[in-house]
Design a protein around this ligand. Structure first.
Ligand SMILES: [Zn+2]
Length: 206
C-alpha cells in the first residue's frame, strides 16, 4: 500500500526547509529513516549527514554529551520501502529523488539483495540522483514531482525529464492549421500578402 508524503511528514517529521526549489510546490525534503546502532527504529535526529558506511554521528556539537561518539544508522529497509512506494504510486509522479550517491548505492544494493523486480530497481535507480547544483543530499531525500497531466494544462512547466512510465501528458497544442492561419492573415493584411511561405512552417507558428 502506498505511503503518502503528507502522511510521512506528519508522522516522521519530514518537514520542508527553505530550499529555493521548494517555491514551485513540487519539492519536499524527507528526513532519512534511522536505526540505533543495534538496529532499533528511532525518530530521525534531523538533517544530519549519513556517510558511505550508513552511519550518522549525532550530538557531536553538544558539550553536555558524554564525549563518546553517538551514531544512528540509515534504516535502509524503510528507506527502500519509501522509495519503492513513491516510484510505484500512480499518484506520486516522481521526477527525482535527490540523495547522495553513496546512500543511493546502499538503497539499491539492499533492493537487489532482496530480489526486487529488476525493472522496479531500474526505475528507482533512474530517479535517485545526487544533484549537481546543490549539496550532495546526505541528510535527506529530496522529492521532486513532475507536473501532473492536469497541471500541464494549467501551465506547469516542469523542466527535466518526463519519464516514459509516468501517465501520458495530454497534447497541449493541436498541430497548427496552416490554411486557417493564412486565411486569418489574409483578413488582417491588405492584399493578402501574408499567404504563402511565411506562415507555412508549422513548428514556428507559436
Ligand atoms: Zn533538498
Amino acid at each position: 500500500e502506498p505511503l503518502l508524503v503528507g502522511d510521512l511528514s506528519a508522522r516522521y517529521g519530514g518537514a520542508a526547509r527553505g530550499h529555493r526549489s521548494h517555491r514551485t510546490g513540487r519539492d519536499a525534503d524527507l528526513l532519512l529513516y534511522a536505526l540505533t546502532p543495534d538496529g532499533r527504529p528511532v525518530r530521525s535526529p534531523g538533517f544530519i549527514d549519513f556517510g558511505p558506511d550508513g552511519l550518522a554521528r549525532i550530538g557531536a556539537a553538544d558539550p553536555a554529551s558524554s564525549g563518546a561518539d553517538e551514531y544512528v544508522r540509515l534504516d535502509v529497509e524503510r528507506e527502500w520501502l519509501l522509495v519503492k512506494s513513491l516510484v510505484r504510486s500512480p499518484d506520486a509522479h516522481v521526477q527525482w529523488l535527490f540523495v547522495a550517491r553513496w546512500l543511493e548505492a546502499l538503497i539499491i544494493e539492499y533492493a537487489r539483495a532482496l530480489g526486487e523486480d529488476p525493472e522496479l530497481v531500474w526505475v528507482a535507480e533512474s530517479v535517485l540522483l545526487q544533484p549537481g547544483d546543490s549539496t550532495a543530499h546526505a541528510d535527506h531525500l529530496h522529492l521532486r514531482v513532475a507536473c501532473t497531466p492536469d497541471a500541464f494544462l494549467s501551465g506547469c512547466l516542469g523542466g527535466g525529464p518526463y519519464w516514459p512510465w509516468l501517465p501520458a501528458v495530454p497534447q497541449l497544442v493541436p498541430p497548427p492549421d496552416v490554411d486557417l492561419a493564412a486565411a486569418i492573415l489574409d483578413d488582417l493584411l491588405p492584399g493578402g500578402a501574408a499567404a504563402g511561405s511565411r506562415v507555412a512552417a508549422p513548428d514556428s507558428a507559436l
